[in-house]
Ligand binder design. Structure first.
Ligand code: ZN
Length: 457
């Protein structure tokens, strides 16, 4: 027997912008959108949710999280990570191949991770595969892996994880070639290792009075520019689809935009922390805002928002990269773990900021929904509220607020740079394939409905 659910009278984000509508969901898929007071709605006696006063938007797809399962569950874990995601309105995550242990760089580690995560997630998930200087020569293994992964990830600088060595420039062409042959996206952490390595040594030896300033200076925008330029040239040579993750600077986005115009198959992600915080915040707060690339000047933050308005940024991912608090609470900033904990607050923070800036929500919502689905080839399943797609929805009230106090943090280690922020909106419900997985009154449901997303060939 088929199941039916109605989400009634919401302000629904459709392909043509927002409109008042009721959504009929059958067997977890979007069936039809009706005008709010039309006949079928009055007549239906089935399950329904009243979405009056709420925005109804596609469930967010966070293509960039590190949930560290299996192997480093004291840093996070799929259960806590996906709980936090669901609370924040996210219905799909793509888990990165590093910071779990072992890293996902072999068929075996991919298989084990997939097995391990079965029935453990509250939200749907896909898995990234890692290409490293060690794994890159094993083309047969990489070919097998490519069938189970959403895309490839490689680093152009040290990753900080022993079993995930970066791909040096002389090997990058090989990575581009493999990804192109497999018709898979190659996502890159783009910082030029040689430059940041030299600068890091220099600044560490200076014993600078202000270590935080020295850290910022050790990872300049020019290191991103150099890496991106180099990678774009290699991508053009092999026709590779290349995706730059966590780009921090408008200057670099412009470089990527020019490449796009010239026909290179390239997309780009930025992260909420580059749009919310700046280097002054880092100088004050320290390690809790340490990430790589680091936070930039206020001008760069403004520049990134301009890039969003211009349609030059394709996706926003949280880059939720957790660790134990003790790894942040170090004597020296150089020793502290780099990474921002934010998966739960990504879209609260971004929509809050967009509202304050009077940026139409229709300009920013696709960066966490339809665009992500398009880039990663799952647009036939997720990312929009149209007939036939998974009924993944977030119901958001603009009449209520959310305080990110410590008790409300659902990820494992309860600290975050978003702590104590007050967002001028609230996620009321999160719905995954027609099932309510989070409700602001009752919390996250006990059942874990999250399913593995098998990429299409
Ligand atoms: Zn990351």
């Amino acid at each position: 027997m088929s199941t039916e659910l109605w989400v009634k009278n919401g302000y629904v984000f459709t392909e043509d912008g927002f409109r008042y509508a009721s959504i009929r969901i059958i067997d977890g898929k979007i069936d039809t959108l009706y005008e709010c007071d039309s006949e079928p709605i009055k007549e239906n006696k089935t399950n329904s949710i009243d979405a009056s006063g709420c925005l109804v938007v596609p469930g967010f797809i966070d293509a960039h999280v590190h949930f560290n399962d299996p192997g480093r569950t004291d840093w996070e874990g799929i259960e806590t990570g996906s709980t936090a995601a669901a609370i924040g309105g996210t219905t799909t995550i793509f888990d990165m191949p590093l910071n779990c242990s072992p890293s996902v760089t072999t068929v075996k580690s991919l298989h084990n991770k997939r097995e391990y995560l079965t029935s453990q997630s509250y939200v749907d998930y896909a898995l990234w595969g890692g290409m490293t200087s060690n794994s890159i020569s094993n083309t047969e293994e990489l070919a097998q892996m490519s069938e189970g992964i959403i895309a490839w990830k490689a680093f152009m600088s040290e990753s900080g994880i022993d079993d995930f060595p970066y791909v040096p420039p002389q090997q990058l062409e090989q990575a581009m070639k493999i990804a192109a042959q497999q018709n898979k996206i190659l996502a890159l952490h783009a910082e030029w290792e040689e430059e940041i390595n030299t600068l890091t040594t220099f600044y560490k030896n200076q014993n600078a009075l202000n270590e935080r300033k020295a850290f910022l200076a050790s990872r300049p925008i020019s290191a991103e520019e150099q890496a991106v330029s180099y990678a774009l040239e290699a991508a053009a040579k092999y026709g590779t689809c290349v995706h730059f993750v966590h780009i921090s600077s408008a200057r670099v986005i412009k470089l990527i935009q020019q490449a796009k115009k010239s026909g290179i198959n390239v997309t780009v992600e930025t992260c909420p922390h580059y749009l919310i915080f700046d280097e002054e915040d880092f100088l004050k707060a320290g390690a809790i805002l340490k990430c790589a690339p680091p936070l930039r000047s206020r001008e760069e933050v403004e520049g990134l928002w301009e890039c969003i308005s211009n349609g030059w940024i394709d996706t926003i991912g949280s880059d939720h990269s957790p660790c134990l608090f003790s790894m942040k609470n170090t004597d020296s900033i150089w020793e502290a773990w780099g990474g921002i904990q934010g998966v739960q607050f990504t879209w609260l923070a971004l929509l809050d900021e967009a509202l304050k800036r009077k940026i139409p929500l229709k300009d920013i919502l696709p960066l966490g929904t339809a665009n992500v689905a398009n880039v990663f080839g799952i647009s036939g399943r997720k990312g929009r509220i149209v007939h036939g797609l998974d009924a993944d929805l977030a119901l958001i009230s603009l009449d209520e607020t959310t305080i990110a106090d410590q008790q409300s943090i659902a990820f494992r280690n309860q600290y975050s740079p978003y702590e104590n922020r007050n967002f001028l909106l609230k996620v009321k419900k999160t719905i995954l394939r027609g099932k309510v997985i989070y409700d602001d009154q009752f919390g996250v449901t006990p059942e874990k409905y999250g399913q593995y997303i098998q990429p299409r060939k």
